[in-house]
Design a protein around this ligand. Sequence first.
Ligand SMILES: [Zn+2]
Length: 159
Amino acid sequence: MSNVTEQELAMYRQMLAVAIEEAREGLAEDGIPIGAAMFRKDGTLLGRGHNRRVQEKDPSIHGETDAFRKAGRQTNYRDCVMVTTLAPCWYCSGLVRQFRIGTVVVGESRNFSGGVEWLREAGVNVIDLDSTECAELLAGYIESHPEVWNEDIGELPPE
Ligand SMILES: [Zn+2]
């Protein structure tokens, strides 16, 4: 994170706060607490959302895809910032690469590191804020709902 200024870091933390609000909303709905939001580089909010696998019975609604869809059509994703409470999975990392989203701000990658390294290798600016709040929020959920979590990351249930 050496090339990130203090000012940018403060903005990224504010952006993450929106994603955390979304994650908590998901938890209040008995869903998986992962939230995301998409912004312009100048801080303009484009869309926000959270994982709704449980609520909508739809495995394709991840925090990132929800925020991405709610942002609607954009002509340029290179100056967009995707902020998510958890490192993006392969599916969402694919979305970032498909649309060439320039910056990804990750709340934490302790519970799951997803496609972070793959994104970095592709030149995506990935900033991991290593937020204890994000890590604890999801860790608590995984502990109480291991089967839902495994389903979300494509792991088979134990035989
Ligand atoms: Zn995902």
